[in-house]
Design a protein around this ligand. Structure first.
Ligand code: HEC
Length: 265
């Protein structure tokens, strides 16, 4: 009986048991590895992009909220600030979030209008658009004026109900820019305007720049609001055509303009 543990059959089967258990272990480890590499491996690039998306989303929400109800919490109280502060704050918020889209005086973006203007005046495209302007005494469609007046609601907070200007926006009434070259006006609508500007013989330094208004970016809306300001508040000038806006579509999204990039009225 002493030889029972040394039985060749026992040794043989023990060997196969061990081999079986060992390979099963290997299969489990392999399966776990495959499974886990699919789900739990993090992608740092994707995470970083997600963080940026959330930050941008939060900033956008804040800017939008600021436009409608900007409140300042002071000693536990909610203080409603005057409307011109709302717009100044909105302007600043938008500017601080779109740093790349603002050309600072000390930083001239290659191929920007500023650089091109320095190299030889504004592009010929602008002159071509100005040539499309109808005669000064052309009749003005009352429907266009009505649409323009409705859109002007968005401009009123800064430029005043009668275009007289206010703490945040310069006057449109009697402004040589408003009755001047149409390409300037279209480009201001599409790109916004920043920095000091000469208006009606005075140097105007804005509290905050004029950022482009998202809701007013289609050809008809821009043409009608510009036709409206050119023919209201005592101003009289030729209407602006949607086709003129169409010709300058490529301006949309470019950095905010400065006075130097506009054609002198
Ligand atoms: C958030 C305030 C704000 C709103 C809203 C706004 N503007 Fe302006 N606008 C300004 C500021 C500030 C300037 C001057 C910017 C500068 O000098 O850099 C300006 C300048 C202008 C100018 C050229 C200067 C002048 O007085 O002739 C025109 C034209 C103009 N805006 C038209 C409009 C129209 C049209 C709308 C509505 C679709 C509008 N703006 C909405 C703030 C605003």
């Amino acid at each position: 009986m002493s030889s029972s543990s040394d039985n060749p059959l026992t040794r043989f089967s023990a060997f196969f048991w061990a081999l079986g258990v060992f390979s099963l272990f290997g299969v489990i480890v392999l399966a776990l590895k495959l499974f886990s590499s699919d789900t739990s491996e993090s992608n740092p690039l994707e995470e970083e992009a997600a963080v940026k998306r959330y930050e941008l989303r939060k900033a956008t929400d804040e800017a939008q909220a600021a436009g409608f109800a900007y409140k300042e919490v002071e000693k536990g109280k909610v203080v409603q600030v005057p409307p011109h502060d709302v717009f100044a704050h909105l302007g600043e918020t938008l500017v601080s979030q779109k740093a790349a889209a603002i050309e600072k005086p000390e930083q001239i973006i290659p191929n920007s209008d500023r650089q091109l203007a320095a190299a030889g005046g504004p592009s010929a495209d602008f002159a071509a658009v100005d040539k499309m302007t109808p005669a000064a005494d052309s009749p003005i469609d009352p429907a266009v004026m009505a649409k323009g007046q409705a859109t002007y609601m968005m401009c009123m907070a800064c430029h005043g109900p009668a275009g007289e200007g206010g703490p945040v926006g310069p006057p449109l009434a009697g402004s040589e820019w408003v009755t001047g070259p149409v390409s300037n006006l279209i480009r201001i609508q599409l790109r916004g305007l920043q920095g000091p500007m000469h208006i009606k013989g005075a140097l105007y330094t804005p509290l905050a720049p004029m950022t482009p208004i998202i809701a007013t970016q289609d050809n008809e809306t821009i043409a009608s609001v510009l036709t409206f300001i050119r023919n209201s508040f005592g101003n009289k000038a030729a209407p602006v055509l949607p086709d003129q806006v169409e010709k300058l579509r490529s301006e949309l999204g470019k950095p905010m303009l400065t006075e130097a990039e506009l054609i002198k009225p």
